[in-house]
Write a protein that binds this ligand. Structure first.
Ligand code: GLC
Length: 562
């Protein structure tokens, strides 16, 4: 039983310990047979998500969009793209998810909008110097004829962060800023109308009962006054287009709005910053509630490195009383089954995505072990759709099907993010592996590897050794007790190639072995194991490399009632 002397944070708000499932909607489930996932597809799979045992769903953008960056180029923040369904369907989905006990988080994209958002064509039409252009960053070029970009900023997708405008009379005009694709003009957050517009968008979705927002590029909204050059050897912690102080004022304003609504609602920031102290400022009590832990996601498969990241994570969150979060993969990164099977098991967002070889069996073993680590840690945890099926990155998508703008903008040097966005396999023996309904459905928007038939939900359902079963069991145990424990951990001294921690308040230990064979403590009972254990001498049980166990450290102790 949990130790009753320790504070029991059961009353802690859900976002402090939730397991959140990321739905990349175009690849989750297709309800109407056009080969693209949609709201109807999600709705039909709500029972699957409930059975999986997660607490909340985060939806990547579903708004009206020309899809230059898979929906992160929003043309109308208050409506749903017809590809995914209708606003009425979204409202119904939110209600149904709630009926299934699942909270709903929507993605908010405030740094930029689409070049088809009504504001942008209006700005172009209104001409140089017009107030309509002030909502964006239109600046004259440098050089004798303005033929050079206004500064040296580079787009995250490659190439200059500026595109020159051709005015109505055909004359070359100023340039506009886009930190991502040219179809994603950056908004000027110094403009009061930009602020009021987004406050209104927040209210629009809060009125529709969403439980939270994932904030895209949360560190990027404000720009350093004067938009100075980055220069030849920039300091990564002091770039003029990220973590500029004014952004915090935006979040304080948003927080007041969120807090004026009933229930527990939350902001989750996509905050990619090099310095922990910079990151922590976004999580002060009057700003965002939590943020993705990219240090953990990027960390190599190494006991010491992981321990350091966990320590620094816990410490930095403690300073602002925010819950840590744990994430292994998302729609922008290489699926960790593949990453962990590579020689270099780390991830860096700035690296080009290449076709490095990966050992699939090793990657799967480590991914299973990593799943049990993340699900045992205190705080919130994110599961990217397909993690629970052990899906690998699809590395051999033909050039012709790639859709991510990074592929084209890098001149093909970076294969982009499509390999982690391939539609899910639900049932093995249908043309789209059950992603789309019926035999007459269109092909999935990205081709699925035929070998994924073996990874589909129906193949894994009920198999005691499958990824899906491991996730279901771990999520159930987490829900039944781990999530409500005090949000702390203590390391155990189990040797250099192991990572072991206890969760105070319970007789619970998570133990991972990274090399060789490690005997389990004699009196411990195995609650869950990411892989097969081996018998050792004198009745001992041995933990093989790249395996995690959850242990009850006292017979009939914690979890025995689960
Ligand atoms: C975030 C999203 C990514 C998108 C970018 C621009 O990083 O996660 O998918 O391309 O922002 O909106």
């Amino acid at each position: 039983m949990p130790d009753t002397a320790a504070p029991r944070p059961e009353a802690a708000p859900w976002w402090r310990h939730a397991s959140i499932y990321q739905i990349y909607i175009r690849s989750f489930a297709d309800g109407n047979g056009d080969g693209v996932g949609d709201i109807a597809g999600v709705r039909s799979r709500l029972p699957y998500l409930r059975e999986l045992g997660v607490d909340a769903l985060w939806f990547n953008p579903w708004y009206v969009s020309p899809m230059a960056d898979a929906g992160y180029d929003v043309a109308d923040y208050r409506d749903i793209d017809p590809l995914f369904g209708t606003l009425a369907e979204a409202e119904e989905l939110i209600a149904k998810a709630h009926e299934h006990g699942l909270r709903v988080i929507v993605d908010l994209v405030p740094n930029h909008c689409s070049d088809r958002h009504p504001w942008f064509p209006r700005a172009l039409a209104a001409g140089p110097g017009s107030p309509e252009r002030d909502r964006f960053w239109f600046l004259p070029g440098r050089g004798a004829h303005g033929e050079l970009p206004p500064n040296d900023w580079q787009s995250y997708f490659g190439g200059p962060a500026w595109t020159r405008v051709t005015e109505a009379d055909g004359a070359p005009g100023p340039w506009y800023l886009h930190m991502f694709a040219p179809e994603q003009p950056d908004l000027n957050w110094e403009h009061p109308e930009v602020r009021t517009e987004f406050e209104d968008i927040l209210r629009f979705w809060l009125d529709r009962d969403v439980d939270g927002f994932r904030i895209d590029v949360a560190h990027g909204l404000a720009k350093k006054p004067g938009l100075p050059d980055v220069g030849p050897s920039p300091d990564p912690s002091d770039l003029p287009y990220q973590d500029v102080d004014a952004v915090h004022d935006v979040y304080r304003g948003w927080r007041r709005i969120l807090d004026s609504y009933p229930g527990e609602r939350a902001f989750i920031g996509e905050v990619w910053l090099p310095e922990a102290q910079q990151f922590a400022r976004y999580l002060r009590p009057d700003e965002l509630h939590s943020a993705f832990n990219f240090d953990f996601l990027c960390c190599p498969w190494d006991a010491e490195a992981l321990r350091k990241v966990v320590d620094s994570t816990v410490e930095v969150h403690r300073t602002v009383d925010a819950p840590p979060t744990w994430v292994l993969s998302n729609h922008d990164t290489i699926r960790h089954v593949t990453r962990y099977g590579r020689e270099d098991t780390s991830f860096d967002m700035g690296d080009k995505r290449l076709l490095d070889p990966s050992d699939p069996a090793l990657g799967r073993r480590r991914a299973r072990a990593a799943a049990l680590i993340t699900l045992a840690l205190p705080g919130g945890v994110y599961v990217y759709q397909g993690d629970e099926l052990g899906l690998p990155e699809v590395q051999d998508l033909p050039d012709a099907v790639l859709q991510d703008p990074t592929f084209v903008r890098s001149g093909g040097l970076d294969r982009g993010r499509d390999g982690c966005r391939v539609p899910l396999p639900w049932a093995g023996h249908t043309p789209s592996l059950g992603f789309s309904p019926g035999p007459r459905a269109a092909d999935p928007w990205l081709p699925q590897p035929p070998a994924w038939a073996a990874l589909c939900v129906t193949a894994q359902d009920g198999d005691p050794d499958s990824f899906l079963t491991l996730y279901r069991e771990a999520l159930a145990l987490r829900r039944a007790g781990l999530a409500a424990l005090p949000q702390t951990l203590t390391w155990t001294d189990t040797g250099p190639d192991t990572l072991g921690f206890d969760r105070p308040g319970a007789d619970f230990r998570c133990l991972t072995n990274f090399a060789g064979l490690q005997p389990l403590p004699a009196d411990a009972e195995v609650l869950l194991s990411s892989g097969p254990l081996r018998p050792g001498p004198n009745g001992a049980t041995l933990l093989p490399a790249d395996t995690t166990v959850w242990l009850r450290t006292r017979p009939a102790g914690w979890g025995s009632e689960c």
